[in-house]
Design a protein around this ligand. Structure first.
Ligand SMILES: Nc1ncnc2c1ncn2[C@@H]1O[C@H](COP(=O)(O)OP(=O)(O)OP(=O)(O)O)[C@@H](O)[C@H]1O
Ligand SMILES: [Mg+2]
Length: 453
């Protein structure tokens, strides 16, 4: 399997190796080169100063002094005449030194030059300077052992090797750590999502803390809970629908059977047929509402907003329902505080208002008042307040009224004939407008619903 930890460790290794390589290149190019250059410069200038002394006062004593001085240092000196015959030296010549001395130095300037620079293979680094005094002419050869330089460099190389091995060991550790911290939790999450996709929502993921992995794990955990809730809601919803359909259908079936009997008076038959018609209407409304919700649930449900004039729009809607309120003896009062334009889908907004007024009508006693107030709020949005003086909703049931098929006090449902879908449709429509809906209610005092678009 292609593990993410292996990949990461590999990237890490490559990064470290590249870094080490670059560092090594830098060291060789800069530090070591400068070090070698310094070494040459130092022996060259030492040779030049011996030349100065020789040119100044060439004598046996001077020669002796120079040789003596160099025998106490890391460098060696050899002074020869023009024919490369050794006059004096700070030590016995080795074969390598002799060979170097025998070769006549080419293109020698006053600054002298390096004649042996191969520190890798030769025992000595060497420079030569020529001197010219009244008493003699010749060359000053300076030698310095290459061994310390070689040591230094091989020590550096050893350090690099050690660092390389060490970083490999550390990388192995990192690999294990990564696999523990990354791969295993990821694998667990993968198994969890597989379980989810098979419909098993009992997922338990370990706490992983505050990082991205932890967030992912939390999200999956939340997803599991949400899916479970959705599943439950769906089952409940379906059960509710079949129940809602069964009741009116049972009535229809029962009354149809009675109406079919030959021995009942015509007036009675008519009564039964009327009930059948009523119940069919209930079923039809229920199915229409369900269809409406299904449409909203589809993700491509969209609202067609246009500029609406507050005054004329609400007057038109209220006029439609005014007769029904009047028949029940309820005062319906519309107050549009200010005529202003706002953006909304007129068909949907009418649906919202109709639904809310239907609720107010159903739950209000005769001789009460229902007020509809429209105004522009401080942030320039349209605010609609519908307040009735009806029976209200108990506070403990208030949070649920927007749920699908939720009805307060199931027993009173028959009386009012609702299916509990109205408010959930209203809420979805308001949210599709990007608006907010809130509800306040007090038992036997009344209910207020506020919508802001
Ligand atoms: N103005 C109100 N006064 C008192 N109770 C209300 C009011 N509005 C809604 N309710 C309660 O909230 C419940 C949910 O209302 P909702 O409009 O969703 O359903 P419904 O009116 O029963 O059915 P539908 O609107 O689908 O015909 C209602 O059953 C009712 O008990
Ligand atoms: Mg309703």
């Amino acid at each position: 399997m292609n593990k993410i930890s292996t990949k990461l460790a590999l990237y890490f290794t490559i990064a470290v190796l590249v870094m080490e390589g670059l560092l090594m290149l830098y060291l060789y190019d800069n530090i070591i080169d400068t070090r070698i250059e310094e070494e040459f410069q130092s022996i060259l200038s030492r040779g030049n100063s011996h030349r100065d002394v020789l040119e100044d006062r060439y004598s046996e004593t001077t020669l002796h002094h120079i040789a003596l001085m160099e025998s106490k240092t890391e460098t060696e000196v050899v002074i020869t005449d023009q024919n490369h015959n050794v006059i004096t030296g700070s030590r016995e010549l080795t074969d390598g030194m002799r060979e170097l001395i025998q070769v006549p130095p080419e293109s020698l300037t006053r600054e002298g030059r390096v004649i042996e620079s191969n520190w890798k293979d030769m025992n000595y680094l060497a420079t030569v300077t020529s001197f010219e005094s009244e008493r003699n002419e010749g060359y000053v050869y300076m030698f310095k052992s290459a061994a310390p330089l070689r040591n230094l460099i091989s020590q550096l190389n050893r350090h690099f090797l050690l660092a390389g091995i060490l970083s490999l060991i550390i990388l192995t550790g990192i690999h294990f750590l990564l696999s523990k911290l990354l791969t295993r939790p990821l694998l667990k999450m993968k198994q969890a999502t597989e379980k989810l996709s098979k419909g098993n929502f009992e997922v338990k993921l370990p706490e992983l803390g505050q990082d991205e992995l932890g967030d992912l794990s939390d999200s999956i955990q939340r997803l599991a809970t949400d899916l479970e809730t959705i599943q439950q809601e769906r089952t409940e919803f379906l059960a509710n629908i079949s129940h809602e359909l069964r009741t009116p259908l049972t009535y229809i079936q029962g009354y149809a059977n009675v109406a079919l009997r030959e021995d009942i008076p015509e007036s009675e038959r008519k009564e039964y047929l009327n009930i059948i018609q009523e119940e069919s209407k209930t079923i039809l409304t229920l199915i229409e509402n369900l269809f409406e919700l299904a449409k909203i649930d589809e993700n491509n449900f969209s609202i067609q907003t246009e500029t609406i004039d507050s005054g004329s729009f609400y007057h038109k809607v209220i006029n439609k329902v005014a007769p029904v309120f009047k028949r029940k003896g309820i005062d319906l009062i519309l107050t549009v505080k200010e005529d202003f334009p706002f953006l909304a889908d007129p068909i949907r907004l009418e649906q919202i208002v109709m639904n809310l007024l239907d609720n107010a009508l159903k739950h209000s006693p005769p001789h009460s008042t229902t007020e509809v107030t429209v105004e522009r709020n401080d942030s320039g949005n349209m605010s609609l307040l519908i307040h009735d003086q009806g029976m209200g909703i108990p506070p403990e049931e208030l949070p649920q009224v927007f749920n699908r098929m939720y009805r307060v006090e199931k027993s009173r449902s028959r009386e009012f004939g609702g299916s509990g879908l109205g408010l959930s449709i209203v809420k979805e429509l308001v949210e599709a407008h990007g608006g907010q809906i809130s509800i306040q209610s007090e038992r036997n005092k009344g209910t207020s619903i506020n919508i802001i678009l």
